[in-house]
Design a protein around this ligand. Structure first.
Ligand SMILES: CC(C)(COP(=O)(O)OP(=O)(O)OC[C@H]1O[C@@H](n2cnc3c(N)ncnc32)[C@H](O)[C@@H]1OP(=O)(O)O)[C@@H](O)C(=O)NCCC(=O)NCCS
Length: 186
């Protein structure tokens, strides 16, 4: 791990697959706490996060406090045809007349970005996002986030993401989502 200063004073470092595996229960606890999901969701998501680690271009950034507790986590990988999210976004772009071929070629999917509520509001999410995308593969980055005036929404606007899809319904989730994207590097 290589440490770097962050606005929040937490240690923000790149994690290998082994390092995230060792911290997976902790990382999933941050995810469910930040998203307000029930604790059982953490166990349900563990196999998916483990499978994502094996995808091409996978890259992960973690933040740690002085007690070496994980306070934030972000990861992503190169999106590719056949992946569930890729095919969902392709369907949305085709239905709305968007340029699916342009957006869905050579992109980094920012899959997860979460900061523990006790560490939010100090610039840590932006630090993790910038570190994750600094050196990420792909000529662009895409993500999805629930619609609404959230802190995540403000962060993505601040770093120049643009609308790719709005009020989109992913299969199996009643909430409207936005798919946002921008060229890389930031
Ligand atoms: C989205 C999320 C990752 C953003 O992380 P964050 O650390 O809370 O947010 P940011 O890094 O953008 O920091 C934003 C705040 O820090 C402040 N800030 C920025 N730089 C700062 C600095 N150097 N020093 C102190 N404060 C700073 C900003 O003013 C801003 O405050 P505000 O939101 O009250 O106006 C986090 O809020 C989160 O986990 N949310 C729930 C889960 C979620 O929605 N994840 C994204 C799913 S797509």
């Amino acid at each position: 791990m290589t440490a770097a200063p962050s606005p929040s004073c937490d240690r923000v470092v790149e994690l290998t697959t082994d390092q995230l595996r060792a911290r997976l229960p902790e990382a999933l606890r941050i995810y469910v706490t930040a998203m307000g999901y029930p604790p059982v969701t953490a166990q349900q998501r563990a196999p998916m996060w483990s499978a994502h680690m094996l995808r091409a271009g996978w890259r992960c950034i973690g933040a740690f406090n002085d007690d070496d507790e994980l306070t934030g986590i972000g990861y992503g990988y190169l999106g590719a045809p056949g992946q569930w999210w890729h095919e969902q976004v392709r369907r949305g772009l085709q239905e709305t007349g968007g340029d699916a071929d342009a957006w869905l070629e050579d992109y980094f999917e920012l899959t997860e970005l979460h900061v523990h509520p006790s560490a939010q509001g100090a610039g840590l999410g932006e630090e993790i996002l910038r570190r994750l995308l600094d050196g990420a593969p792909g000529s662009k980055v895409l993500l999805s986030t629930p619609e609404g005036p959230t802190r995540a929404w403000k962060l993505y606007q601040r770093v120049g993401f643009q609308d790719v899809l709005r009020n989109y319904n992913f299969t199996g989730d009643p909430r409207p989502f936005a798919v946002l994207g921008r060229p890389l590097p930031l």
